[in-house]
Design a binder for this molecule. Structure first.
Ligand code: 13P
Length: 339
């Protein structure tokens, strides 16, 4: 079992490849569809996900896809269940298993991610449905006195409980502690908070006997707050992010798959590229992007069947550029060249 987990974790961060996060919850996908004026019906959600999963050649750069509960139970137009469709292309299906961030009691402005009750049974069902890995996201806001140690440690505890159950079920946990980048904080403050969060997460993971070889970490990059009035350069982002990771993430963890967290698609690619260009590092540095892989495709699609091909081209481009960023061989001028 441990060997299987390690093999899957390694396959998810295979050279030149990363993960597509297509696990938007009902509320989040509605927001995305609202932005293009498309109604969030079950069939529109199905059609949009099928467009992504059927993109010819994306599997050269995409090792796995994170699905939402509804999506893992849906099928393509020809009746093939989505997990089977992905597997047939050599793409590993995964599943978001948390039930979202809810207000944390006695902690104004902070959240705790729910979903532990009944998780063992849900994991076994997802495995039956074809999932080979899972994801759980905790969020932390930076503000005056935030995040509290209380919020940092309860979320770390829940992340580790989830990760242990996931490994027990033979599923690779993707542990996602996301420090949100909303606010006017400096990159140094972002470094300080991300360090505290990762310290707590790896302490709990160790205490709860999670095997580092059979998991992946999905962290935020260390950025200046989006309202700070100045975007840090890719080299600066790489410097602070790597300093944080090298202090807190055991070399036994096979890979780190960043979230994009509201960066533009091009910035997310450039920042990942800068980190890999300064390698080698103890772990693979890869991506598990939602918005940064999908934004141009969503816009190109606009809910129209005749635009599916354009949307697939847009998605393929981002997958390819992020694939290049895995080896530090991305250059911004690729954005204006044809693919
Ligand atoms: P973004 O890349 O859009 O931040 O989404 C990744 C994700 O899975 C968040 O949980």
């Amino acid at each position: 079992m441990a060997h299987d987990l390690e093999q899957t974790a390694k396959a998810l961060v295979a050279e030149g490849k990363g993960i597509l996060a297509a696990d938007e919850s009902d509320g989040t996908i509605k927001k995305r569809f609202d932005s293009i004026g498309v109604e969030s019906t079950e069939d529109n959600r199905r059609a949009y996900r099928e467009l992504l999963f059927r993109t010819e050649g994306a599997e050269e750069f995409i090792s796995g896809v994170i699905l939402f509960d509804e999506t893992i139970r849906q099928s393509a137009g020809d009746g093939t269940p989505f997990p089977k469709l992905l597997e047939s292309r050599g793409v590993i299906p995964g599943i978001k298993v948390d039930k979202g961030a809810k207000p944390l009691a006695n902690a104004e402005g902070e959240t705790i991610t729910e979903g532990l009750d009944g998780l063992r049974d849900r994991l076994n069902e997802y495995r039956e449905l074809g999932a080979r890995f899972t994801k759980w996201r905790a969020t932390y806001s930076i503000g005056s006195g935030l995040p509290s140690e209380y919020c940092v440690w309860v979320n770390a505890h829940a992340l580790a409980r989830y990760a242990a159950l996931s490994q027990e079920a033979g599923l690779v946990p993707i542990v996602e502690p996301e420090v949100l980048m909303d606010g006017d904080h400096s990159i140094e403050r972002s470094f300080e908070v991300t360090s505290r969060v990762q310290h707590a997460v790896f302490t709990e993971l160790r205490d709860q006997r999670v095997e580092p070889e059979g998991m992946l970490l999905k962290p935020n990059m260390v950025l200046a707050g989006y309202d700070s009035g100045g975007e840090a350069s890719p080299d600066e982002v790489a410097k602070w992010t790597l300093k944080c990771l090298s202090r807190h993430v055991p070399a036994a963890v096979p890979g780190i798959v960043f979230l994009s967290g509201g960066q533009t698609d091009e910035t997310a690619t450039a920042n990942l590229n800068a980190m890999n260009a300064s390698g080698p590092h103890p772990w693979q540095l890869s991506f598990s992007y939602g918005r940064a892989l999908q934004a141009p495709a969503l816009k190109a699609w606009g809910g129209k069947a005749e635009s599916v091909e354009d949307a697939q081209k847009a998605y393929y481009r981002r997958a390819k550029f992020n694939g290049a960023a895995r080896t530090g061989s991305y250059a911004p001028d690729m954005e204006t060249a044809g693919v």
